[in-house]
Design a protein around this ligand. Structure first.
Ligand code: GUN
Ligand code: ZN
Length: 430
């Protein structure tokens, strides 16, 4: 098996920078080397050392460009690619006016395949090598996504979005039993096949009946190694809606908890307006919370308490929420996370932002150490970034006196122009 040595600046993490000092958590080499073999990272260290230890490896030298684990996007809706940046609505109207009509088109398998390919190519253009995506209610939309990801060699998580309540349009409704059966068939077809992972996906409690939530809770209990992804407490009017639809529930989270949809492998998008009981239960079970800052500002949802939740020991990751989010870029998403935290009086360190977009996002998907990590044994999904990708960024990063000063202008002002190269499962993207 051929070995490949990839040279440049390297940035990875030995620990979570929310709970360890930045100098101990982050690992930076000004001249580093990553050795990949059989799709994995086989060695990492100072360039000269790795080179001396592996003299026969083929070399790709990126000079002073930054080599990082590829970005991991913990919550996206690939079917919303075509309606990203649609103007002027808050959540419920935005779903009805833009999202549901677009998702109805995914009954056409050809259209689903076209958008899946377009979305994944855009994600790779932006340096994102893994993500967890919602699909539509159509099983064909799930097949299309996993097939397109497999064609690109990508590790992805996805699931059929389930909606059986008359709050969703009739063309986008399944049933409790139909959602159970279709999701079970998709788990059997895709979970653990190549780099695919399945997530049981009730869209959110307003579009499911209690019977559907219960059926999906039972399916999760029968398949405890799959993930479960849904939305939680994104907007205040959404929470009011949930209160009306589930009068017996103690709070929004209870609509999931009561039906077996709360657990460590649960991935809860947004989680902005949480009650103390909800925070306690989420932390007790070790559930994943996904911060979607460009979406939260774009749809006007509110300010996620990143620093408070992270300090309290919640499992937190970062995501674009394409297309409620207004960008495919995890750089832009880190910038929005920084800005949202500033509005609450916190300056998030660039190391913490980078960790959230790589290891943190992987951790909420229970893929820590597998993707999102520049570490021996992890899969070799890499992004190579030019830290002077535009004149505006170059003139600022030229004044940097450490790695964080060099990286932060790219976080705040960077986009797909910063992505010099991408490696997926050890193969350089063509
Ligand atoms: N809540 C339920 N569905 C959605 C969706 O598609 N996008 C966002 N942002 N929130 C949701
Ligand atoms: Zn979402």
């Amino acid at each position: 098996m051929t070995q490949q040595l990839i040279l440049g600046q390297t940035l990875g993490f030995a620990a979570d920078p929310f709970h360890a000092p930045i100098e101990e958590a982050a690992q930076h080499q000004t001249r580093g080397g990553v050795l990949r073999e059989a799709g994995k990272i086989a060695a990492i260290g100072a360039a000269d050392d790795v080179r001396a230890a592996h003299p026969d490896a083929a070399v790709t030298d990126y000079g002073d460009a930054l080599i990082s684990a590829g970005f991991v996007d913990a919550h996206v809706h690939y079917p919303q690619t075509g309606i990203i940046a649609s103007w002027g609505k808050r959540l419920i109207d935005w779903l009805n006016l833009y999202t549901f009509p677009e998702e109805a088109r995914f009954g056409d398998a050809g259209y689903a395949a076209e958008v899946a390919a377009r979305y994944l190519d855009l994600a790779l253009d932006h340096g994102t090598t893994s993500m967890a995506s919602y699909c539509t209610i159509h099983s064909a939309s799930v097949d299309a996504f996993f097939e397109a990801a497999a064609a690109r060699g990508m590790r992805v998580v996805a699931g059929k979005t389930c909606m059986d309540r008359d709050t969703a349009p009739e063309t986008l409704r399944d049933t409790a039993q139909g959602a159970y059966d279709a999701s079970a068939a998709l788990i059997a077809r895709w979970h653990g096949v190549g780099r695919a992972g399945y997530a049981i996906t009730p869209r959110f409690s307003p579009t499911s009946t209690p019977a559907q939530l219960e059926a999906l809770g039972a399916l999760w209990a029968e398949n405890p190694d799959v993930l479960m992804q849904t939305h939680l407490s994104e907007q205040v009017d959404e929470i009011e809606w949930v209160r009306g639809l589930y009068p017996q529930a103690r709070d929004y989270l209870d609509t999931y908890e009561a039906y077996g949809l709360l657990g460590a492998r649960g991935v809860y998008g947004h989680a902005i307006h949480l009650e103390p009981r909800e925070k306690d239960r989420l932390r007790e079970v070790g559930a994943g919370l996904v911060h979607c800052p460009t979406s939260n500002t774009f749809i006007g949802s509110g300010l996620f308490d990143l620093m408070g939740l992270a300090a309290a020991g919640q499992r937190v990751g970062l995501a674009t929420d394409t297309g409620g989010g207004s960008s495919f870029s995890m750089l832009r998403t880190m910038a929005a996370a920084y800005e949202v935290a500033q509005l609450s009086g916190h300056a998030v360190h660039p190391a913490q932002l980078w960790w959230l977009a790589t290891e943190g996002a992987a951790r909420v998907l229970h893929l820590d150490g597998v993707v999102g990590a520049l570490r021996v044994g992890a899969e070799a999904d890499l992004v190579v970034l030019d830290l002077a990708s535009t004149p505006a960024i170059a003139q600022r990063s030229a004044r940097a006196d450490d790695i964080w000063g060099a990286v932060f202008p790219t976080i705040m002002m960077g986009d797909d122009r910063a992505v010099r190269d991408v490696w997926v499962h050890g193969a350089r993207r063509q």
